[in-house]
Design a protein around this ligand. Structure first.
Ligand SMILES: C[S@@+](CC[C@H](N)C(=O)[O-])C[C@H]1O[C@@H](n2cnc3c(N)ncnc32)[C@H](O)[C@@H]1O
Length: 251
């Protein structure tokens, strides 16, 4: 059962740069049982089930203490692997899934910048709010720091490598297309890029990257399906316990 608001531990860091510190996440997950970044599964279920099928081998990157994997499992997707850098998150996730009887879901401590999987072994890779962590302290959002660029590229290169031919990378974020497209469309990648939005008030982005399906002119004109109407409701943003200022400042 979820704790009431008054009983919830205060896990917000003093500064956003703590989100880059693995110790921060360990300390946080010691205290916190469940937190869903952005929105829970019910908000994007209609989107994700278009791309994830019951026979899909799925990797979730940076699972934290989210319920995404168990929600997918309940929807019949059982070949699931979750990774996180935090050993505490991993241990607690294993216990929680076992206690619910979802023993087929694999949970591993692993770094998304150095994925410990062979080439071409997943049909779908999904991340929610995990790549965004790399953008904390990234400097000018139009021209991120070289350290940010190299980490984001390492993450994306690893994801492309572990995806099967025509596999799909799903990135759920509030990173807007003008900041994400330069990365997704980099010459190193072969995927096509599309996105949808979801949420009420503030719209989150649901990117769909299909490996090997980039059209020759995609680098300049990534497919755009749904023009978001961006409405910031500050109460909602304030309820997030970190703000990726780089994006929000541009709205
Ligand atoms: C913002 S939280 C998102 C958690 C979860 N995906 C959700 O939607 O609620 C970011 C997660 O990424 C994990 N993380 C940060 N850096 C990582 C890395 N290099 N490799 C794997 N996981 C990482 C953190 O431990 C944390 O669980």
């Amino acid at each position: 059962m979820d704790l009431s608001e008054a009983q919830k531990p205060d896990v917000a860091p003093a500064t956003a740069s703590a989100y880059l510190d693995p110790n921060y996440w360990d300390r946080r997950f010691e205290q916190e049982e469940h937190y869903e970044w952005f929105k829970d599964y019910s908000y994007f279920r209609h989107l994700i089930l278009q791309y994830v099928k019951p026979n899909s081998a799925v990797l979730e990157v940076g699972c934290g203490n989210s319920q995404l994997s168990e929600e997918l499992y309940r929807d019949g997707i059982t070949e699931l692997t979750c990774i996180d850098l935090s050993s505490i998150a991993v241990e607690k996730m294993k216990q929680r899934l076992l206690s619910k009887g979802y023993k087929e879901i694999k949970v591993l401590e692993a770094d998304m910048l150095d994925l410990p999987f062979g080439d071409e072994c997943f049909d779908v890779v999904v991340e929610k709010g995990t790549m965004d962590v790399l953008f904390v302290d990234s400097g000018d959002p139009w021209n991120p720091e070289p350290a940010t660029v190299s980490k984001v590229m390492a993450m994306l290169e690893g994801i492309q490598r572990v995806l099967k031919p025509h596999g799909i990378f799903i990135s759920i974020t509030f990173g807007q297309p003008h900041f994400r497209r330069p990365f997704f469309n980099a010459a190193a990648f072969t995927w096509s890029v599309e996105w949808r939005t979801f949420g009420d008030g503030f719209h989150y982005f649901f990117y769909i990257l299909k490996k090997g399906e980039r059209a020759s002119d995609d680098a300049e004109h990534a497919a755009k399906i749904d023009m978001p109407s961006i409405n910031l409701f500050h109460e909602e943003l304030d309820s997030e316990d970190y703000l990726f200022r780089t994006d929000l400042d541009e709205l």
